[in-house]
Structures are given as structure tokens and as C-alpha cells.
Design a protein around this ligand. Structure first.
Ligand SMILES: Nc1ncnc2c1ncn2[C@@H]1O[C@H](COP(=O)(O)OP(=O)(O)OP(=O)(O)O)[C@@H](O)[C@H]1O
Length: 561
């Protein structure tokens, strides 16, 4: 209700401010030549007519700053916009599929039931469109989500951009949509939600956006189409081959089919036009044929007269071509998945497309009373806000699926807080599908899942140390030899410890059941910890009053942290 109220506040203030009208049609900053400017001004006149009756809004200040940075960015890897749009489309499809678990009607009929993503190009008009049949956005969603309510990540990302300039991180800050302005100077978002009419959101990233009820485009049925009017210098995104390459590279693990409207050259037989025989070559051919036919029998002559003459020509046809294999990686046998595939899967899961591989991963099937599949990853770096309000916010980093259907990425009951630096997913065969979050929280198998996940997670971390040659002591000479060639693993545990050591220490305080396992993961302060533990046991066995023991123990741990 808060968010809604805020949206209403914003929109009340911002509808039709006069200066916004002046800005419409303005040329985005950073475009170079005079002829460019003139051309764009001319274009904007036709686009302005589309906006005549539209409601105008100003972007929230932080969003505007973010867009300025993007549009003026010299960042060379502009490819990232496509994976952000595909990822948003996939999220929207997940949402409608989830709703359909309890209400089949939401999917509608015919093509609307197809949960897919489509990419289309219009080379002449220089438009690239990405369409999904996901949940769509109501008018209010469009206003809130695309401009007036800045997400918490917006200012963090703006700050980060000022120091690092690495736009690749945009998806991790929850502002991926705006990366469209790396390649487009005018963007339309056409959207249809089951609860509202079809609307068009449009903006030239000049501080304002406009929304109108869509009465001119083809009805979408349900879902969203993003139309990018590409900048002149972004012409490469009108090449099918480029888009296919990008989908393969970044969106391989999207769990919905991605199609491209692809052209294909086919050979077609068409009747030859008899009157077309004026040129010399064809005349010569004809003469040859006549000579031939004179020497052939009369029967053959009759046959050839009956057959219509045809020639083979190349024709361009279009069809939807599937670009990805939708078999989920976690359903495959872990032995058949390559290291590179795990690394790529990790990158698409966490929207981190840097070159750094995860420090470790664990892919397993739990069998027995509670069946589930899981893939866990230790990221190469701690996120910027890992310990921000550690006790007050519920952060979930595991995605929960039930029988291949995405349920939630906000379900924080799967791992304890101190392990919330891990990324990954759990796909349960035991949890029921048609249930609310509250019922899931109380489900009896959840405890078992959590217990197994913790064990597997701690094993995975222990293995980082075991495989790290730097961790071997004099006693493990054989191991040192075994790993001495393995440069990849060298120093990995120190790296882990530097990034996530604090989480292990918090685990020592919070997770009594696994304290011994966690103690083996401690570094540097290990001996201090042992002495604390010893003193704890000493106090305990000498039956000194318990409150005193726990107070002195917590004091000791606090000092240690
Ligand atoms: N194709 C779409 N269908 C429905 N809603 C969408 C679509 N694209 C964007 N949105 C809405 O706009 C919001 C903003 O998108 P943006 O990419 O900036 O961030 P995000 O997707 O929330 O972040 P993250 O990538 O971390 O999930 C989304 O949260 C979603 O509500």
C-alpha cells in the first residue's frame, strides 16, 4: 500500500508539467553531428503526434541521472541490453505461470497460452522488438516500474558507475531495463495485463515519459512488447546473426523458448515467362533446343509441350526459429555438465556477466522422503550490500522451484542468514504446487531441505580449502604434490575467507548444530576460537552459573568478530 500511495503522490505532482511538453522531441545528449540532429528533429515530429493525447510524467530524479549516465556512456559493450530485456521477459513469464497454478483461466486461450519470448526486426524502420506473453503491466505498473519509483539499487548503481564505469553490473542493481538507452534513443513499451487495457509507455530518455491507452497497435492479448528505435550507430542489432549470437551467449539458460523471426533463403520453382526471351543468351538456348528437338522422336516432342516450363529462383521466407534449449541444467546429470556450463549458468542466474568464475559449486539430487535437486554456488565476490541490515532484512538468494515451476526468489526459509551469500536454486518434487507462502513455510519437508542444504553448503566450502594447495600443511605433502599443478585452485580459500569469512564467524554464533563444522572453516583466529571453546567447556563443567558462562562466551565471540 505504501508503494501504491507513493506512486499516486508522484503522479499527482507530475502529470503534465509544462516544461515536460517543451522537452518532447529533444535530441538526447551525446549525439554528434548536425545532420544527425536535423534528422532526429524531423523524426521526432512524427513521433510527437503519437504523444498528443498522452499523459506525461517526469522520471524520478535518481532514475533521470541513471538514464543520463547510460545515454552518454562510452561503455563499449552495448550488447548487455538484450539479456536484460530477455531476463525481464522471463521473469514476467514466471509470474504468470505461477498465477496459473491456482487459476488456469489467467493464461487465456490460443496463442496467449504459449509462454514464450519473440524477437523481431524491422530493418527499414530500424526497430528491434522483444515480446513476451508474460504477466504484462497495468497502467499503474508502467508508471511505477518504469520511472517514478526509484529502486533501492538505483542510487547505489549511479554511485558505482561514477567510480567503476562498469555497466555490466546493471542487472544486479535491479535497473536493467534502462540499459535499452545504450542502443536506442526512443523506446516504446506496449503492455497488456489481464486487469487493465493495453497501454503504451514511451520515452526518449530526456527526463520525461508518456503513457497512452493503445488504440492503434495490434492487441497483444497479454504480455509486453518492447520496441527499440535504434540509434544509427546501433545498426548491428538489426542483424539476425548478431542477435542469435547474443542469445546463445547470454540467455542460454532461460527456461522459456526464445524465438527469432528469421529469414531463410529457399529454392522455389516458378513458371518461366515466355516473353522474357529477348536477350541473346536465351535466344541461343532456344535455337539449340529446336535443333535438338528436330533430331528427337515425335513422342518426346509431345511430352515436352505438355510440361509447363519452370525455373528455380531464390526466395526469402520468414519463420520463427528457436534459439535456446529449454532443458534446465539442474535436471541434467551433474557428470554431464561441463565446468564452463556451470560458470555460464551461474552468470545468467545472478546476472553477473564478469569473467570471474564462481569459487565453487555443488549440484546434487536429494533422494528419499524429501526429494529435490539443487545447485549451489559460492560467488567470486561478496555483493556490495551483504551485511547491510543483516538482522532486519530477509534476503533470499536461492530460487525456489517446485517441479520445474518457478515459485519465488524471495523465499528466505531455505538457508540460514549467515549463508545468504550463496547463490543457486532448489527444485523440489515434494513441496506442493498450489500453496501459499505461509503454507510452504510450515511444510514438514522444508526443515529437511534446509538441513541438507546447509550440510552440502558447508561441504562445498570445506572442499575449496581441501583443493587449495596453499592450505596444505607440511603433513599433507602428497596433497601438495597432487595439487601443485592446479593453479586454478591456488589461493582460493584465502579469497573465500576474505570475501565471506565474516559470514562463517556469524554462523559460529548462530548455528549451534553446525558449530564444529563451521569451526573447521575458520582461519587465523582458529586458535583463539579453540581457546574460547575450551574456556566455555571449562566453565560449563565447573558448573559456574549458566548466565555467566553464556555472557562470557558471547563477549569472547564478539571480541573475536
Ligand atoms: N517484460 C516485462 N513484463 C512485465 N514487467 C516488466 C517487464 N520488463 C520490466 N518490467 C517491470 O519493470 C521493472 C523494472 O525492470 P528492471 O529491469 O529495471 O529491474 P528488475 O527487472 O526489477 O531488476 P532485476 O533485473 O534485478 O529483476 C521490473 O521489476 C518489472 O516489474
Amino acid at each position: 500500500r505504501n508503494i501504491q500511495a507513493k506512486a499516486e503522490d508522484e503522479s499527482d505532482k507530475l502529470v503534465d508539467p509544462p516544461k515536460v511538453e517543451e522537452k518532447l522531441g529533444a535530441v538526447p545528449n551525446g549525439l554528434s553531428t548536425d545532420s544527425d540532429v536535423a534528422k532526429r528533429e524531423a523524426e521526432s515530429i512524427s513521433k510527437r503526434s503519437l504523444r498528443n493525447n498522452a499523459e506525461k510524467f517526469e522520471f524520478q530524479a535518481e532514475v533521470s541521472r541513471l538514464m543520463d549516465i547510460i545515454i552518454n556512456s562510452l561503455y563499449s559493450n552495448k550488447d548487455i541490453f538484450l539479456r536484460e530485456l530477455i531476463s525481464n521477459a522471463s521473469d514476467a513469464l514466471d509470474k504468470i505461470r505461477f498465477l496459473s497454478l491456482t487459476d488456469k483461466e489467467v493464461l487465456g486461450e490460443g496463442d496467449n497460452t504459449k509462454l514464450e519470448i519473440q524477437i523481431k526486426l524491422d530493418k527499414e524502420k530500424k526497430i528491434l522488438s522483444i515480446r513476451d506473453r508474460g504477466i504484462g503491466m497495468t497502467k499503474e505498473d508502467l508508471i511505477k516500474n518504469l520511472g517514478t519509483i526509484a529502486k533501492s539499487g538505483t542510487s547505489a548503481f549511479v554511485e558505482k558507475m561514477q567510480t567503476s564505469g562498469d555497466l555490466n553490473l546493471i542487472g544486479q542493481f535491479g535497473v536493467g531495463f534502462y540499459s535499452v538507452y545504450l542502443v536506442a534513443d526512443y523506446v516504446e513499451v506496449i503492455s497488456k495485463h489481464n486487469d487493465d487495457k493495453q497501454y503504451v509507455w514511451e520515452s526518449k530518455a530526456d527526463g520525461a515519459f508518456a503513457i497512452s491507452e493503445d488504440t492503434w497497435n495490434e492487441p497483444l492479448g497479454r504480455g509486453t512488447e518492447i520496441r527499440l528505435h535504434l540509434r544509427d550507430e546501433a545498426g548491428e542489432y538489426l542483424e539476425e546473426s548478431k542477435l542469435k549470437e547474443l542469445v546463445k551467449k547470454y540467455s542460454e539458460f532461460i527456461n522459456f523458448p526464445i524465438y527469432i523471426w528469421a529469414s531463410k533463403e529457399v529454392d522455389v520453382d516458378v513458371p518461366t515467362d515466355e516473353d522474357d526471351s529477348s536477350d541473346e543468351e536465351e535466344k541461343a538456348e532456344k535455337e539449340e533446343e529446336t535443333e535438338k528437338s528436330e533430331s528427337e522422336s515425335e513422342d518426346e516432342d509431345e511430352d515436352s509441350e505438355k510440361k509447363p516450363k519452370t525455373k528455380t529462383v531464390k526466395e526469402t521466407t520468414f519463420e520463427w526459429e528457436l534459439l535456446n534449449d529449454v532443458k534446465a541444467i539442474w535436471l541434467r546429470n551433474p557428470k554431464e555438465v561441463t565446468e564452463e556450463e556451470y560458470a555460464k549458468f551461474y552468470h545468467s542466474l545472478v546476472k553477473d556477466f564478469s569473467d570471474e568464475k564462481p569459487l565453487a559449486w555443488s549440484h546434487f539430487n536429494a533422494e528419499g522422503d524429501v526429494e529435490f535437486k539443487a545447485v549451489l554456488f559460492v560467488p567470486p565476490k561478496a555483493p556490495h550490500d551483504l551485511y547491510e541490515s543483516y538482522y532486519n532484512t530477509n534476503k533470499a538468494n536461492l530460487k525456489l522451484y517446485v517441479r520445474r515451476v518457478f515459485i519465488s526468489d524471495e523465499f528466505d526459509e531455505l538457508l540460514p542468514k549467515y549463508l545468504n551469500f550463496l547463490k543457486g536454486l532448489v527444485d523440489s518434487d515434494t513441496l506442493p504446487l498450489n500453496v501459499s507462502r505461509e503454507m510452504l513455510q510450515q511444510h514438514s519437508s522444508l526443515k529437511t531441505i534446509k538441513k541438507k542444504l546447509i550440510r552440502k553448503a558447508l561441504d562445498m566450502i570445506r572442499k575449496i580449502a581441501e583443493e587449495d594447495p596453499d592450505e596444505s600443511t607440511g603433513k599433507d605433502k602428497k596433497d601438495v604434490e597432487k595439487f601443485s599443478d592446479d593453479d586454478d585452485k591456488k589461493g582460493q580459500y584465502t579469497k573465500f575467507w576474505n570475501e565471506f569469512g565474516k559470514s562463517i564467524k556469524l554462523g559460529i554464533i548462530e548455528d549451534a548444530a553446525n558449530r564444529n563444522r563451521l569451526a573447521k572453516l575458520l582461519r587465523f583466529e582458529r586458535y583463539l576460537f579453540y581457546s574460547l571453546n575450551l574456556s566455555y567447556e571449562y566453565f560449563y563443567f565447573s558448573r559456574i552459573s549458566l548466565p555467566f558462562v553464556s555472557a562470557s562466551f558471547s563477549h569472547g565471540v564478539c571480541t573475536l568478530l
